[in-house]
Design a protein around this ligand. Structure first.
Ligand code: MSP
Length: 519
């Protein structure tokens, strides 16, 4: 899927009605690992994230808290959504808010262009609306329970709450014009929507026939005003989707837009339809290139249910990072869950993997190798030939991990790197450097073994750096190799001299003594 040279990746922009939970954090860290990897593979990379601040949901939350929507959004962004990026070690290049002037101005311009070109007309929307989803709903999307609190009412399947019935004068986007063009797109560019489960669902949906989309609301006013009719505000999804283009200069900075666009969109599968149907149709209407791809990842489940604040299963990212650290958070969610499928979170699984794979696996290997070089060679990595079997494995693991990242198979990339950890740990046991060290005649062989190990561990630092930036930076510094870790090419991780003078390394993944909250 990846085209060498440039890589623009986005996360969804998050609603500011509430604070982030680990489901949101999952999208953020996945996008960050992909971006860091591409950056370190030499691609001209841009990672965009941000917040979705308009619409009825935010307006109502602010009102319930007795402040204006903008005050509410400012508070949540400053106190929750920006800090969580630090908590998770996300190195985003930009953060867009839909209340930014750069965004609002460009949204008006985009809408006006579509209106002038005949893609928008006035009509009446009569139907269902879920404020939680900010989505117009069809009967197919609703449940009607026979008993219980909401007996006989139509409930949103996602929120399990009654939907509202709207009858409003709205402006409509002629989305139905683009049904065939979208089907052609899915066929000509089979990886436009990934994974296949999401792609199939999208194709099914479009094949049923597309309706025109209401793109304005007139019963409240928290949004971007429709330029030719200020009694309407732009429908929040139409406004929000445009962030991906406005953030990189659409309508204002042509050069920047040309350099970055088109993007890969990483989204939860729940919102794949907006990204793989409405958004490309909007772009086609405006005569702009469609995205490079839309990847719909799975849901984090807690106790078998999609984790969410409203269902009280929400876990804040800091509850995990405070105990295990941000590296372990990133590693765990991206290695334990097949990217693209749902995955269950449990404290027990996290603890077990932390102990086995990070503390006893990678961390222990790194400590032992550094300690042996200190003990047997005064800290200097010997200048000796390395064992070909390990060198070859470093290369094949690098190639495999790079290829996996290119297809968004993050879990597979991490699994490949793990095979190098296991191989190096096996090599230590097999070569028993402590035995070689007792025999003067084996000094040359000990040099070779230590050189092989130091190089292998350095390769691990490079390959793991997009996933675990903190631990790998400590390891890299302790190995004493030349150059900054972030300047090392992940796609050529094996191709370094691997020499240096080592220094002491504290355990990379210390024993976790505290019982995690909620376990
Ligand atoms: N504001 C819209 C997106 C607009 S993009 C133009 C929105 N925001 S959201 O805050 O509700 O959620 C955004 C994303 O958070 C989801 O698509 C998904 O990526 C992530 N997740 C929220 N809950 C999740 C889980 N339980 N599991 C995994 N990801 C989840 O939708």
């Amino acid at each position: 899927m990846s085209q060498p040279g440039s890589f623009y990746i986005t996360t969804p922009i998050f609603y500011v009605n509430d604070v982030p939970h680990i489901g949101h954090a999952y999208t953020e860290v996945a996008a960050d690992v992909l971006a860091r990897w591409h950056r370190q593979a030499g691609d001209d990379t841009w990672l965009l994230t941000g917040t979705d601040e308009h619409g009825q949901k935010i307006e109502r939350t602010a009102a319930a808290n007795g402040v204006s929507p903008k005050e509410w959004a400012d508070k949540l962004v400053a106190e929750a959504w920006l800090p969580v990026l630090d908590t998770l070690d996300v190195a985003n290049d930009d953060f867009i808010r839909t209340t930014d002037e750069r965004h609002e101005t460009a949204v008006e311009k985009f809408l006006q262009q579509l209106y002038d070109e005949g893609h928008i007309y006035e009509g009446v929307y009569e139907g269902y609306y879920c404020v939680g989803c900010e989505e117009y709903k069809q009967l197919d999307d609703l449940d009607q329970p026979e008993d219980g609190e909401f007996a006989g009412q139509y409930l949103c399947k996602i929120h399990s709450r009654p939907v509202e019935i709207l009858k409003e004068k709205n402006y409509f986007f002629r989305m139905s014009d683009f049904g065939q063009a979208l089907l052609d797109l899915y066929e000509q560019q089979p990886d436009f929507v990934q994974p296949d489960s999401v792609r199939n669902e999208i194709i099914q949906f479009v094949k049923q026939g597309l309706e025109d989309l209401s793109i304005s609301r007139s019963s409240f006013d928290w949004g971007v005003k429709v330029p030719w009719d200020p009694t309407h505000v732009v429908y929040v999804w139409f406004d929000a989707l445009l962030n991906y283009a406005t953030a990189v200069g659409w309508g204002a900075d042509t050069e920047q837009f040309r350099r970055r666009w088109p993007a890969y969109h990483l989204v939860g599968k729940d919102i794949a339809r907006f990204h793989a149907v409405i958004w490309p149709a909007m772009l086609m209407a405006a005569g702009l290139p469609v995205p490079r791809g839309v990847f719909g990842h799975g849901w984090l489940l807690v106790g078998g249910e999609k984790m969410s604040k409203s269902k009280l299963t929400g876990i804040a990212p800091a509850q995990i990072t405070d105990v295990f650290g941000s590296d372990a958070f990133r590693y765990y969610f991206l290695s334990a869950i097949t990217f693209g499928q749902d995955g269950s979170f449990s404290w027990e699984d996290l603890s077990a993997r932390y102990q086995a794979e990070l503390a006893n696996g990678f961390g222990n290997l790194a400590s032992r190798v550094i300690a042996m070089i200190e003990k047997y060679r005064g800290g200097v990595v010997p200048d000796a030939p390395r064992d070909a079997a390990i060198t070859d494995l470093e290369k094949s693991v690098t190639d495999a991990a790079h290829a996996s990242i290119g297809t968004f198979a993050i879990h597979e990339a991490i699994a490949s790197i793990g095979t190098l950890v296991d191989a190096l740990n096996g090599y230590v046991t097999e070569q028993a450097p402590w035995v070689l060290a007792k025999d003067e005649a084996q000094a040359g062989r000990l040099d070779e073994v230590l050189a092989t190990l130091a190089h292998g561990v350095g390769t691990l630092a490079v390959l793991y750096s997009p996933v675990m930036p903190q631990a790998t930076a400590k390891l890299w510094a302790a190995l004493g190799e030349s150059g900054a870790l972030i300047d090392q090419r992940v796609d050529r991780a094996w191709d370094r001299p691997g020499r240096g003078t080592v220094s002491a390394l504290d355990p990379l993944f210390p024993r976790v003594e505290v019982e995690p909250a909620g376990s």
